[in-house]
Design a protein around this ligand. Structure first.
Ligand code: NAI
Ligand code: MG
Length: 361
């Protein structure tokens, strides 16, 4: 029996329309090279065009429709000239993350050969870690309110929510990941000196969980010095886990330390697989370069590798990773996109990676 994976493909706006086909090209090459079947279905919603036609970002039945897929392969959403960003984002991506309980946000941070790090003196191999962000609770809660608006007593409150279920499940994911990595090292982001109720609780759960994973070496830093250490000592990290807010900041800072935003991938994961997980590049729709065929497709292609890993296609995921790393490290100018210093196109780079996947299997 061939393994079959059903993928919902949503390109969205702007360069999403350009990089998603290159991601699909890589997936198809991997399917051919590693012997599995891919069934993709494209959806036109979660885009400004759809909004203009229908007045909403998503159709009524989106939840049932997308629930039938093994994963969602997503481009980017947002076209601020047409739809305000909070409407497009809350009307689509955030609905997916919440309703599909994608409580892990995972971002690899890896300095690749051929990429220029903004950190002086760092070379490939020095930076290779994961940021695991809690994606559903914590500081991003809707508990709170506003009182005495417009008066001197104007008061605003927003509460942080941490539940044992919510904290333990993201920690479990992070510990399991650390356990599988050669260095078996987990770093927790905290701020228990200043935030004196929720953060000591977070620390307590990390300690408790650490006892269940005796092979994993655990340390913790307050978020302020941790941010500094991402820049000063990126080689110290292997798996870094944080609450929603801390993870949000670290998961942008990490990839920023490794070069262009055009190559950074991310995964929004429901580890129990009750719902489909969603894989997308870190970047947005890039209206400034959209329609010109020069967007870097590697963030989308790397997201495809994360998706295959999640679907149990380890070898194919590694094959995609090897292929784009090799292409980034050693391709002529005419293959590479302008953000990499080349004068090639989205398609020339995407095609080079797909050829590499087929050749490397
Ligand atoms: P952006 O990531 O779209 O662009 C930031 C800068 O990076 C731009 O100069 C762009 O040209 C460049 N860039 C981005 N991706 C690139 C690629 N693949 N190759 C080469 N250069 C690339 O962020 P921005 O401008 O803040 O947002 C634009 C729109 O995208 C907004 O509507 C925003 O809400 C949306 N957005 C959506 C995200 C998502 O769908 N997850 C994430 C971030 C932004
Ligand atoms: Mg962010």
């Amino acid at each position: 029996m061939t393994r079959t994976h059903r993928i919902a493909v949503i390109a969205g706006d702007g360069i999403g329309q350009e990089v998603v086909p290159e991601g699909v090209r890589a997936l198809e090459a991997a399917a051919e090279a590693y012997g599995f079947e891919l069934r993709t279905t494209e959806f036109d919603y979660a885009s400004a065009d759809y909004y203009l036609k229908h007045g909403t970002m998503l159709p009524d039945g989106w939840f049932e429709q997308l629930s039938a897929y093994d994963a969602i392969f997503f481009g980017a959403v947002g076209w601020p000239e047409v739809v305000p960003d909070h409407v497009s984002l809350w009307g689509s991506l955030i609905q997916f993350r919440r309703h599909f309980d994608q409580y892990v946000n995972l971002r690899p941070v890896k300095l690749l050969e051929g990429m220029k790090s903004p950190l002086a003196g760092r070379s490939p191999g020095d930076v290779d870690f994961y940021v695991v962000r809690e994606n559903t609770e914590g500081e991003y809660s809707s508990i709170g309110g506003k009182m005495f608006e417009g008066t001197d007593r104007e008061t605003v409150i927003q509460e942080t929510v941490m539940t044992r279920t919510g904290v333990d499940r993201v920690l479990t994911y992070a510990f399991e990941l650390a356990q599988r990595r050669p260095r078996r090292h987990l770093t927790s982001a905290t701020k228990s000196n200043g935030i004196s109720i929720t953060m000591p609780y977070w620390d307590e759960r990390v300690e408790e969980m650490g006892r269940r994973y005796p092979e994993v070496d655990v340390d913790k830093f307050h978020i302020d010095i941790l941010a500094a250490n991402f820049v000063l000592h990126p080689d110290w990290f292997d798996v870094v886990v944080g609450s929603n807010l801390f993870g949000d900041i670290l998961s942008d800072l990490g990839p920023a330390c490794t070069g262009t935003i055009g190559i950074a991938p991310s995964a929004n994961i429901n580890p129990e697989r009750r719902f489909p997980s969603l894989f997308e590049p870190v970047h947005g729709s890039a209206p400034d370069i959209a329609g010109r065929g020069i967007a870097n497709p590697v963030g989308q292609i790397w997201s495809a590798a994360l998706m295959l890993e999640h679907l149990g296609e380890r070898e194919a995921a590694a094959g995609i990773q090897r292929a784009f790393e090799k292409v980034l490290a050693g391709s002529p100018r005419e293959v590479l996109t302008p953000d990499l210093g080349g004068d090639g196109s989205t398609q020339s780079l995407g095609k080079a990676v797909a050829d590499g996947i087929l050749a490397g299997a």
